[in-house]
Write a protein that binds this ligand. Structure first.
Ligand SMILES: C=C1C[C@]23C[C@@]1(O)CC[C@H]2[C@@]12CCC[C@@](C)(C(=O)O1)[C@H]2[C@@H]3C(=O)O
Ligand SMILES: O=C(O)CCC(=O)C(=O)O
Ligand SMILES: [Fe+2]
Length: 372
């Protein structure tokens, strides 16, 4: 290879162009979603559940059906104080047992979280005609609409969302032609803070796993040369529902990337599944952020960390909001399971962008497709 390069004529200037894929491109390359899988209902005007959203009369599991999947209110997920001297091992243990924990004293200012929540509220409060101006285009990733997993289910979810990847000005200026700046500013600042928290937690987990290399994107984090990490911010809204037992706020799923950092409002709704425990509610704790393991950390930890299955149930009287920040390595990074012999790898190595595409097409079957 070196000799090939050296054989270029001396009088020609040659460039080696490394084209790095962005996360948006990764999704754009593989459009799968159709228009009717994107447009949410105008939920506030509804007094009954339309058949399209009624999970009760389907073969699908609803929050109230199936006794072996009952909601278990007798246990709770770990609550960790980031200033605790044992924080690293507490985080590592929580990742190994639950794949999810709540974090307090995380250094993200409450005032910033409240401002971001305020702007999220301002967005979902808009009339439907206005929100539709920022509708995600079929095959696109950002903007207003139903969750990406919608096409995998025969019923629709009781949900509206807004996805941000990078600058949000394009869609925000459609929503508020003359008053979009406060939204853009706070979402940018929120994503900056989330990114540094995600990096800090990822480093702690790597320390726990005794990984010193294999994550060069983290070592160069913050430098101008660093390849862009895969990040996204998803604003979720679960309108109140006349009959919550018949609907699903967000269907059971695992998150794709390394880590998700979630802020939820004071209304209950998020539940995580753990073998032997069933569905466990994640009770809102003021000021706490919920962190969960995604598929890529499950692969990287060679299956040691469960990629926690979770879902959202809705409330009869109160709308619930949440803001989920997804964090992963750059799309061109190759994720390989880390293990000590005599252990052997459970998954084959996979590029982030290839796994994202596999997941976009196959949802929960994606992992089994790379299993060894
Ligand atoms: C970066 C992303 C993660 C996400 C897909 C997305 O492109 C943007 C939205 C995210 C979200 C939020 C709701 C649940 C979820 C499974 C979905 O359908 O869209 C996640 C996706 C994910 O983790 O794969
Ligand atoms: O709203 C929640 O609590 C969970 C949201 C979620 O799971 C997601 O956005 O991936
Ligand atoms: Fe999720």
């Amino acid at each position: 290879m070196l000799s090939n390069l050296c054989s270029f004529p001396q009088n020609q200037i040659s460039y080696i162009i490394v084209i790095m894929t962005t996360l948006s491109q990764t999704y754009l390359d593989h459009p799968l979603i159709h228009h009717h899988h994107i447009v949410p209902l105008d939920f506030d005007s509804l007094r009954t559940i339309p058949d399209s959203h009624d999970w009760f009369n389907s073969s699908l599991e609803t929050p109230s059906s199936s006794s072996h999947h009952h909601t278990n209110v007798n246990v709770s997920i770990p609550l960790i104080d980031l200033t605790d001297p044992n924080a690293i091992s507490l985080i590592g243990n929580a990742c190994e047992t639950w794949g999810v924990f709540q974090l307090i004293n995380h250094d993200v200012p409450v005032s910033l979280i409240e401002r971001a929540e305020g702007e999220t509220r301002r967005l979902f409060d808009l009339p439907m005609t206005r929100k539709l101006k920022a509708l995600r285009a079929p095959g696109d990733v950002t903007g207003y609409g139903l969750p990406r997993i919608t096409p995998f289910f025969s019923k629709y979810m009781w949900h509206e969302g807004f996805t941000i990847m990078g600058p949000s000005i394009g869609h925000a200026s459609q929503l508020w032609p003359s008053n979009y700046q406060p939204f853009c500013d706070v979402m940018e600042e929120y994503q900056r803070k989330m990114k540094s928290l995600a990096e800090q937690i990822t480093r702690s987990i790597f320390n726990y796993l005794k990984i010193s290399d294999g994550a060069n994107w983290l070592h160069s984090a913050g430098s101008t040369e660093a390849a862009a990490c895969s990040t996204a911010l998803q604003l979720n809204c679960y309108p109140r529902c006349p009959d919550p037992t018949r609907v699903m706020g967000l269907a059971p799923h695992t998150d794709t990337f390394l880590l998700t950092i979630l802020h939820q409002t004071r209304t209950c709704g998020l539940q995580v599944f753990r073998d032997g425990f069933g569905w466990v509610p994640v009770a809102p704790v003021p000021g706490a952020l919920v962190l969960n393991v995604g598929d890529l950390f499950h692969i990287l930890s060679n299956g040691r960390f469960p990629n926690v299955l979770h879902r959202v149930v809705v409330d009869p009287t109160r709308r619930r909001l949440s803001m989920a920040y997804f964090y992963g390595p750059p799309p061109d990074f190759c994720v390989s399971p880390l293990y000590d012999p005599p252990e052997s790898p459970c998954y084959r190595s996979v590029m982030v962008k290839d796994y994202v595409r596999l997941k976009a097409k196959n949802l929960e079957n994606a992992l089994s497709m790379i299993r060894l």
